[in-house]
Design a binder for this molecule. Structure first.
Ligand code: FMN
Length: 163
């Protein structure tokens, strides 16, 4: 499987979680690209089997600067295609709009008729061992089973066309 982790991070926490996900998925045999949302090439996204979009919240429920630009560019596109997408966000539940950026990304993607493949993961606090365990559990429960299903699709397709 070819996956993309597309992250937006101001002080590095979301990047740390993205790197953790990269290691986790690579260890399970997947090819994973890790790209800053500032350098997102939208026309390449549909080439990936799965795109994991991660972002941190700043201000009062606002996106970090890279994700702000990413959302503006996404909103300006007439059309975008991605095969499978899931979201994760970092925030702090002491703030009123906990992980507000995840809600904003969900809305932007919904306006483009992109349906998320998994419940979005909202992470509270700093990327420590406890947070990494939550990330691993989400990947194990909500993402990896889909990758195994995708891997089986070509077999199912060829048996259908032979029939
Ligand atoms: C000034 C400031 C404002 C913040 N505002 C929010 C917020 O509105 N909602 C939230 O969930 N987290 C908020 N946070 C917490 C950050 O999202 C959190 O520290 C996150 O881990 C930063 O990730 P990053 O280093 O990838 O940018 C804020 C943090 C700071 C310092």
């Amino acid at each position: 499987m070819h996956l993309l982790i597309l992250y937006g991070s101001l002080t590095g926490n979301t990047l740390l979680v993205s790197e953790h996900m990269h290691a986790f998925l690579t260890k399970r045999g997947h090819a994973v690209d890790l790209v800053d949302q500032s350098f997102c090439e939208f026309e390449t996204l549909n080439a990936y089997d799965f795109v994991l979009i991660g972002a941190s919240t700043w201000g009062e429920g606002d996106p970090n600067p890279a994700t702000q630009v990413f959302i503006e560019q996404l909103d300006a596109l007439e059309r975008i295609e991605m095969k499978r997408v899931a979201l994760f966000g970092l925030g702090d539940s002491a703030y009123e709009h906990f992980c507000g950026v995840v809600d904003k990304l969900e809305s932007s993607l919904a306006r483009k008729q992109i349906v998320l493949c998994a419940p979005s993961l909202r992470l509270d606090g700093f990327p420590d061992e406890v947070m990494c365990d939550k990330v691993d559990a989400w990947l194990d429960r909500d993402i990896l089973p889909q990758l195994y299903t995708i891997a089986e699709l070509p077999l199912a397709d060829s048996s259908t066309s032979d029939a």
